[in-house]
Design a protein. Structure first.
Length: 88
């Protein structure tokens, strides 16, 4: 499915950044990638994704990809997925 979109890295002038942006059919997947799945690390990544998503004029889907752990949707709407869950 991702073959239909382009993948970008984004860093703003204020140094706020996300690891990847993928636009598919008018929706932007906003992604942070983290090696671990420590709740504090996921919380910081989620906060960053939500702040960055506010700057995008299209609908967004925030996603934290972790190196391990469970995949789930947080109460704030941020998706968390283990890299193992992304295999075809």
């Amino acid at each position: 499915a991702l073959t239909r979109g382009f993948v970008y890295h984004a860093r703003l002038q204020n140094q706020q950044e996300v690891d990847a942006l993928v636009e598919i059919d008018g929706t932007v997947l906003v992604i942070e990638m983290k090696l671990g799945h420590n709740p504090a690390v996921v919380d910081r990544a989620a906060e960053n994704l939500l702040r960055f998503s506010e700057l995008i004029d299209l609908p967004t889907v925030p996603l934290v990809i972790t190196g391990s752990g469970l995949s789930y949707r947080r109460e704030d709407g941020v998706n968390v997925a283990s890299v193992a869950a992304l295999e075809p």
